[in-house]
Design a protein around this ligand. Structure first.
Ligand code: NIG
Ligand code: FE
Length: 399
């Protein structure tokens, strides 16, 4: 069988099936950017390879997927970090006009070029750790021009670097000052004007909202979901981060790809997610950075069979984090996830949280050839270390 590249002498964590899909003497073959074989070398067809790479016993995993980020934004919030160190809470700062709205001001003031330039070092940090797909949300523009500028900048990042970008429209992230006291009016504008424009321009792959006391109510969230569904866009939700508004169950009713954060999720929410097949995207970096003390109900999610993804939530307010490896360590140390759950959370289940389980997230024939090749002895090392990067090589689309 002809192929472009054959990686031999590799140990594989294919992440296919339920566990890690470990293969001790494995190989991977790619043609035209797609995996044509991944598995035990003893089962492989005879390949006529244009190029052969001896992996010398290194481990290959699927390229990592960061399925929840706010990577594109203007400015930073190191000043608010100092305020929080002096005792202010995240909610107090937000209610006093800081928080998301302060990043909104910086984002509105930034050109598309400036947004791309400031996001590139963050994207490069992810890429350096073997990340091959990144989801990026809007939500710091909060007017049509700025939200579309953010999404254009996000799409452009996918042309500036060898990485897949999934974009998510998060117009319902915070109430912009123009709509003070009129959250319903803002939601109506999003549903009637802004979202249809964004969808028509092909700028969004999904629609998200922040369902929270300092965000939007379940009724307002549901209006966003209806508008998204009418346009054929899948939904996801920032749910149960600071309180329990039953957003996850609402998201599940709309067949959401994922509900994210979930520290305050209750049993009914878990059951609804399990029934709908909605992924639980956990964000331990945000939990750590805002010094949350209530972890998400991992045992209940596990019992119910809800797929768990892990993501950085890279954003200037609650998670200035650009390491998916550290995120896995936090998932294990802070939330009690196993090594297998952490690795599935940044591969197979992260793909599912983006609605892309058929094309990325595992090492299987027919999927995109996105690989991370690691200088490690055991997969657990990827979760165990803090601040160490054992990436040997990263392959995107077979290159
Ligand atoms: O995912 N919760 C809402 N959105 C972000 C935080 C945004 C911000 O503070 O700038 C989050 O944590
Ligand atoms: Fe977020």
């Amino acid at each position: 069988m002809r192929c472009d590249t054959l990686w031999t002498q590799a140990r594989l964590a294919t992440c296919a099936g339920d566990g890690l899909g470990l293969v001790e003497r494995g190989c991977v073959a790619a043609r035209g950017g797609t995996i044509v074989f991944a598995g035990d070398a003893a089962d492989a067809p005879v390949f006529d390879a244009a190029r052969t790479v001896d992996c010398e016993g290194r481990w290959i995993t699927p390229g990592l997927i960061d399925c929840h980020t706010h990577l594109v934004h203007g400015g930073d919030r190191s000043h608010e970090f100092e305020l929080r160190l002096a005792g202010a809470s995240y909610e107090e700062i937000a209610r006093a006009g800081g928080g998301i709205v302060s990043t909104m001001r910086a984002t509105r003031a930034a050109s598309e070029d400036a947004l791309v330039a400031s996001a590139l070092p963050r994207l490069d940090a992810l890429i350096a750790e073997g990340v091959t797909t990144v989801e990026i949300k809007s939500g710091y523009g909060l007017d049509a021009a700025s939200e579309t500028r953010m999404l254009r900048a996000a799409r452009r990042l996918g042309r500036e670097r060898p990485v897949r970008i999934a974009t998510t429209f998060l117009g319902a992230h915070a109430l912009p000052p123009e709509y003070a006291g009129d959250a319903d009016g803002y939601i109506a504008m999003l549903c009637d004007d802004m979202l249809p424009q964004v969808a028509a321009a092909g700028l969004a792959d999904a629609v998200d909202a922040f369902c929270e006391g300092i965000g939007f109510s379940p009724a307002q969230t549901e209006r966003m979901f209806r508008a998204a569904t009418a346009l054929g866009l899948p939904v996801k939700l920032h749910a149960e981060q600071l309180s329990n508004l039953h957003g996850a169950a609402l998201a599940a009713r709309y067949g959401a790809l994922s509900a994210d954060h979930l520290e305050h999720l209750d049993d009914a929410g878990v059951a609804a997610m399990a029934q709908a097949g909605t992924v639980a995207t956990l964000l331990p970096g945000a939990y750590y950075f805002v010094r949350e003390t209530r972890p998400p109900p991992v045992a209940a999610l596990r019992r119910a069979g809800v797929p768990i993804a892990l993501a950085t939530d890279c954003n200037p307010g609650t998670a200035p984090l650009t390491s998916l490896l550290l995120t896995m360590n936090m998932g294990a140390t802070l939330f009690g996830l196993t090594v297998d759950e952490c690795l599935a959370g940044v591969t197979r289940n992260a793909a599912r949280a983006l609605g892309r389980a058929d094309t990325i997230g595992t090492l299987e024939a027919g999927k995109a050839c996105d690989l991370a090749i690691w200088d490690i002895e055991r997969p657990a090392e990827l979760v165990y270390r803090m601040g160490f990067n054992p990436l040997h090589a990263r392959i995107w689309s077979g290159q």
